[in-house]
Write a protein that binds this ligand. Structure first.
Ligand SMILES: [Zn+2]
Ligand SMILES: [Zn+2]
Length: 344
């Protein structure tokens, strides 16, 4: 008798990922087995490929990838929320809803936050916590490719809501990665406008296509350019979506008095940056770190995608297979794209 297997891309070490046949797991009474139809690559995958990840990858070899959508293949006998054949988005985490932070309404900071890896595979076993709190059905009108964007979009909506962005506000975003483009979409949806700050002229051109204003930080004085675009005041909100202390510091210089600064890009552990005390005290700026998403926001992300509120085509135009993930994450595949969709 040969046991059933499926293909899964496993992370062994930085720059060492291997496509292997692994055994289809036994399914628990409260678990769901999902056949993955689309997964998307992101900056976190790239960072993980290059240097590992202290939170996402706890032991090796580890399943890899965290943005995914697919179809329910099998359900445990006690599962009532989804059925075989349902089209779903699997969130990459679920809070316990019972710890100190969950009780303080901060489920994204849950002490028992469980992370699910394994989007780059043919199948994924979804554990009970995610089945119960963070497995979302999607309508037939939403493609799997688009649905896989729910995770990064949830992170961006979470940040935008935490920052209290409202109609009429100007949001400066530092960075030209996929997250910056999702910010353009979310800010527009909230009635604000974005100014994208970056160095990559091709990406800045794309940002203008998305309806944002842009500033090239290699040729312009960014703080002065933001002032001239905001009646001399500065942006209402600045978002750092790069993950470097230097740009964290720059973000603080871009807001008006009373403005809010969102440090969205995670910088390497052990790094720090200087914060101007005058700005914080006499100019009442607020500086916040924002991390991850919550089940409620994840649901909102799925809804916004389902309702066509987010422009998606530039995120999902490049399709690849599991065998291509290494060349995509290593940069050997030089195709210019915000993200790559992996079809197992
Ligand atoms: Zn991601
Ligand atoms: Zn918790």
């Amino acid at each position: 008798m040969t046991a059933e297997t499926y293909k899964s891309l496993l992370f062994y070490a930085p720059k060492d990922i291997r496509l292997e046949d692994v055994l289809v797991p036994e399914i628990g009474d409260n678990e769901v087995l999902v056949r993955i139809k689309a997964a998307t690559t992101c900056g976190t995958d790239k960072k993980t490929y290059e240097r590992g990840h202290p939170v996402l990858i706890k032991s090796v070899p580890s399943p890899f990838g965290h943005e995914m959508a697919g179809m329910v293949e099998k359900t445990g006998k006690d599962v009532t929320t989804v059925a075989i054949g349902d089209r779903v988005v699997v969130a990459n985490s679920a809070p316990c809803l019972d710890c100190f932070y969950c009780r303080k309404q901060k489920p994204n900071l849950c002490e028992n936050l469980f992370f699910l890896n394994g989007a780059f595979a043919e199948l994924i076993l979804v554990p009970q916590a995610i089945v119960e709190h963070n497995l979302h059905k999607i309508p037939d009108s939403l493609s799997f490719d688009e649905a896989a964007l729910s995770e990064p979009l949830a992170c961006v909506i979470h940040a935008a809501k935490q920052m209290g962005i409202i109609a009429g506000e100007t949001v400066a975003v530092i960075g030209t990665g996929p997250m910056a483009f999702l910010f353009i979409e979310v800010v527009r949806h909230l009635g604000g406008k974005s100014i994208i700050v970056g160095r990559n002229e091709e990406r800045l051109r794309l940002a203008r296509d998305f309806g944002a204003e842009t500033i090239n930080s290699t040729t312009e004085d960014v703080a002065a350019a933001i002032k001239s675009k905001t009646g001399g005041h500065g942006a209402d909100v600045a978002i750092e979506a790069v993950g470097q202390p230097a740009t964290w510091q720059q973000a603080v210089s871009l807001v008006r008095k009373g403005g809010r600064v969102c440090l969205y890009g995670g910088a390497p552990r052990g790094t720090s940056f200087l914060l101007d005390t005058y700005r914080v005290h006499y100019e009442e700026i607020t500086v916040s770190g924002i991390f991850h998403h919550t089940p409620k926001i994840f649901k909102t992300a799925v809804e916004w995608l389902s309702q066509g509120k987010i422009r998606t085509k530039e995120f999902i135009s490049e399709k690849r297979t599991l065998a291509d993930v290494a060349s995509v994450l290593s940069g050997q595949d030089k195709t210019e794209s915000l993200k790559f969709v992996i079809h197992p």
